[in-house]
Design a binder for this molecule. Sequence first.
Ligand SMILES: Cc1cc2nc3c(=O)[nH]c(=O)nc-3n(C[C@H](O)[C@H](O)[C@H](O)COP(=O)(O)OP(=O)(O)OC[C@H]3O[C@@H](n4cnc5c(N)ncnc54)[C@H](O)[C@@H]3O)c2cc1C
Length: 388
Amino acid sequence: MTSYDAIVLGAGAAGMMCAAVAGQRGRRVVLLDHADAVGKKILISGGGRCNFTNIHTAPDRFLSANPHFAKSALARYTPADFIALVERHGIAYHEKTLGQLFCDGSAKQIVAMLLEEVAKAGVDVRTGQPINDVTHADGRFTVRFGDQYFTAPALVIATGGPSIPKMGATGFAYDLARQFGLKVVEPRPALVPLTLGGDDVLFRDLSGVATPVEARAGKAAFREAALFTHKGLSGPAILQISSYWRHGEPVTIDFLPGAPQGWLLEAKRARPRATLASVLALPDRLAQTLADRLALAGELGAQTDRKLADAEARLSRWPFHPNGTEGFAKAEVTVGGISTANLSSQTMVAKSMPGLYAVGEAVDVTGWLGGYNFQWAWASGYAAGQAL
Ligand SMILES: Cc1cc2nc3c(=O)[nH]c(=O)nc-3n(C[C@H](O)[C@H](O)[C@H](O)COP(=O)(O)OP(=O)(O)OC[C@H]3O[C@@H](n4cnc5c(N)ncnc54)[C@H](O)[C@@H]3O)c2cc1C
């Protein structure tokens, strides 16, 4: 039985940050992971270049049953703090788009940086064994990791969410939370492609076609690219809206965001001999499919104004009825998780269980696409690391 000040379960983004911060504050920390190597999701993130933060980070870019919960941690560890760390390690980076910062080189640099921080802090890192048992008695947690036992007065759940199980992701965080009496907000796959069935199936023929759109579900709207796939819809606009979409609801697409009202009547006046497909500023196959579905073959000059006004309205609010998502196997993150109602927003400690903490994706806080999820992992890991 080896004794520590804190045991951190999960050597991903949040767990490594938390362990490094606590260790640098003089705490004796052990960091345990069942995978054979640390930070596997970091390595595959951002197409191998890790979109490690977003300079436009703000609480309204996160989903949670309590939209205020993330505010405190995000304010105390900001993108500027992580950028300063990246710069101290001499890692070159660039802004790709919309405030998204990526490594110029490789995501491996971020993992190497975190490992260096963890080593500098004297953290004991152990990998490649299952966590068999976690118990709590007399104010101490005991973890059986393979054949070894570790004990500490503090335990941090940093084992992430169930998205991409083939990377070693599990729902372990939720089981552990429930074991200690914490509630779990129903987990759903998020930042995930949507699948189409029924009447929408015809759009699958457009597989590979991409175009800028505005995608909407409920009150949420994202203006980015959408991509038709052989299963349905993907691309950044769709991944973003998937986090807000609920089964049974439509996703509406504006195929011509920014087009002025009345543009189609104007096109009829300016180019009466043109067809609808030819005036749509969209990829040819998509323009033709939409024109066919609107039953608007022939010249614009031959169409009534009413019919064209209806077509314009439909093109700006085209309803799709997804029959599902591609699931946790393809989801970048998980919406839902350990309920924030049970946690302190200052320290991430469980209100009903002193010494128990939860950080990162395991918690019911989910960011938009574009570096927000790592920023939450760093910020929540830092908040707990400061409190341990
Ligand atoms: C393909 C892909 C690309 C992504 N790209 C980006 C991006 O560019 N930018 C961004 O901000 N976000 C991105 N994300 C999301 C981001 O990776 C996660 O939000 C982030 O890794 C969450 O950090 P975490 O530390 O909470 O969990 P993780 O990083 O998932 O770490 C959890 C750790 O716990 C371990 N673990 C799990 N179960 C157990 C268990 N039962 N026992 C022991 N250990 C366990 C795992 O092995 C893992 O090391 C991407 C996700 C995916 C899947």
